[in-house]
Write a protein that binds this ligand. Structure first.
Ligand code: UN1
Length: 511
């Protein structure tokens, strides 16, 4: 462990703010990073103060003036090298993600791979920051749109994807000509520190100005509402709960700033009578218990056709039973399910199980906290399967833990109705071999989520697509497709080369 952390540049005590390769001598209070898997101390961080923040902002402002005039493909080249640096440290970083966040090592590696992938995507995109050209209604006029950088982007990330979400945002921002101030979750500060250390050499080698890639670790009581209220930051990309998102949206909206919000999900899988059940169960189990149910995209509801409800229930219980012994240390090769992130998460899990039963839900598997030698602290739980109704209060809420609710349906319309009848709208899918059902699910009367899949699960989206969701999920899109546009401002340009004045709409205004 020590060797791996050393390779990542993690010390026992670490400063909490960085402008790229320079670290500030931060003097705030201390955040201790504990491993969720056994409660041991990994290392500590000296939090940043408001003075440190001011220093970062002025560095970012200066850097922006230089970075925005570096040609986009050259910015892309820096991002390409960042991808290379991440590739070289994939193993160690995947290890740290697993150690500090608690997801299994394999998923830690997967998260780093997402970063490598988004780097590669962004390199290509750096040559494709293109707008449309339009035909003008006036003779000898030309019209087009172009995209310009917008300045400092605030990135606030959550503990559950402590590195990848920075990648999605920072790499697109970087090729767009923006600079970033990243505030990682205070549950996973060391992942933030490791990233900065990994990219530092690349930044130095390429003479990237200090202030393009900033990172700051501070308590929300020091840097919270005031951060998002800061007018010097035109765009905030925030991943977190709907509650946090609402608060951020109100503050940023008040100053007419922009946001990309990636908030809670309440993702359902429709299991049709035309589903390939073997494949369905394989995906459902990963979606529901993978990452110990702590993905925004985790499968929370199974909407099952009545004709196979009992069969699916029995097979699911059997599958859960078969992996019970594979709950434990996330760094152990045989483990499939690690711990929840902390005792608050465990409390929320237990609370949801208790409440849903009060509402009439039937707990058919798990739902308990695990104890014993294999579980050195109280963060391990037995994933729960609960028979429930879609309208139950607990079913309508996102509990960030491995609880899956089973809901019965009889018609495809009813199934789609249940899929949509929750406040959130992130991810969804249907398992069916029936084309008509699949198309209905994907149509305008189908799933209302940002992500809708056929024959694959709700979680584990590829970086190439736009990632995000509707309704209480916040409406933002990050990562692939044309999500880059959110990090730039669009300008419409009209050029008159007729040598005469011509007004649009045929208006004459002679004098
Ligand atoms: C998140 O949980 O915030 O689609 C992100 C997925 C991952 C990203 C999840 N690619 O499950």
């Amino acid at each position: 462990m020590i060797l791996k952390l050393k390779k990542l540049g993690i010390e026992l005590s670490n400063p909490g703010a960085c402008t790229g390769s320079d670290w500030l001598d931060t003097k705030g209070d201390e955040t201790i990073s504990y491993s969720p898997s056994d409660g041991s101390i990994i290392a500590s961080v000296k939090n940043a103060t408001l003075d440190d923040y001011e220093h970062l902002v002025s560095k970012a402002q200066e850097a922006y003036l230089k970075w925005r005039v570096v040609p986009a493909p050259k910015r892309g080249e820096v991002v390409r090298q960042i991808g290379e640096a991440l590739r070289e440290r994939k193993e160690e970083l995947g290890y740290l993600v697993s150690l500090e966040m608690g997801k299994i090592y394999e998923e830690g590696l997967g998260e780093v791979q997402e970063m490598i992938d988004i780097c590669e995507f962004s390199v290509g995109q750096s040559r494709l920051l293109n707008g449309a050209t339009m035909h003008s209604e006036r003779p000898y006029h030309r019209m087009y749109d172009q995209y310009h950088p917008i300045g400092i982007i605030g990135i606030i990330t959550s503990f559950n994807f402590p590195v990848a979400v920075w990648g999605w945002n920072a790499m697109l921002a970087a090729i767009a000509g923006d600079v970033v101030i990243w505030k990682p979750s205070s549950k996973t500060p060391l992942c933030g520190i490791a990233i900065q250390k990994i990219i530092a050499e690349t930044l130095r080698k390429n003479n990237v100005p200090e202030g393009v890639f900033n990172m700051i670790i501070a308590k929300s009581s020091v840097l919270g509402d005031n951060f998002v209220a800061d007018k010097r930051i035109p765009l905030f990309s925030v991943t977190g709960s709907t509650e946090v998102g609402r608060r951020v949206a109100a503050i940023v909206g008040k100053r007419l700033g922009k946001t990309i919000l990636e908030l809670g999900g309440n993702n359902a899988v429709i299991i049709s009578k035309h589903a390939d059940l073997d494949m369905t169960l394989q995906s459902v189990v990963f979606g529901a218990v993978g990452t110990c149910g702590q993905r925004c995209t985790s499968t929370r509801r199974l909407i099952i056709h009545e004709s196979l409800y009992d069969n699916v229930k029995d097979r699911l219980i059997a599958a859960y039973k078969s992996i019970c012994h594979r709950i434990g240390d996330p760094l152990k090769k045989s483990t499939l399910i690690g711990p929840l992130v902390d005792d608050i998460a465990v409390r929320n899990f237990m609370h949801a199980i208790e409440e849903v039963q009060k509402e009439g839900g039937k707990l058919v598997f798990g739902g308990t906290q695990l104890s014993g030698d294999k579980y050195p602290n109280g963060n391990y739980v037995l994933p729960a399967i609960v028979e429930a109704k879609n309208h139950f209060k607990m079913v309508q809420e996102e509990t960030f833990a491995p609880i899956v609710y089973l809901i019965k349906y009889s018609t495809i319309e009813e199934a789609i109705h249940y899929n949509n009848d929750v406040p959130q709208g992130l991810s969804s899918c249907i398992f069916t071999e029936n084309l008509v059902e699949a198309e209905k699910f994907l149509s305008e009367t189908g799933s209302d989520c940002g992500i809708a899949n056929v024959n694959l699960g709700t979680s584990g989206a590829e970086i190439g697509g736009a990632f995000g969701g509707e309704k209480d999920t916040g409406g933002g899109r990050e990562s692939g497709s044309d999500a880059w546009k959110a990090y730039m401002r669009r300008q419409t340009n009209t050029i008159n080369f007729s040598g005469q004045t011509a007004l649009a709409q045929g208006i004459t205004f002679d004098f």
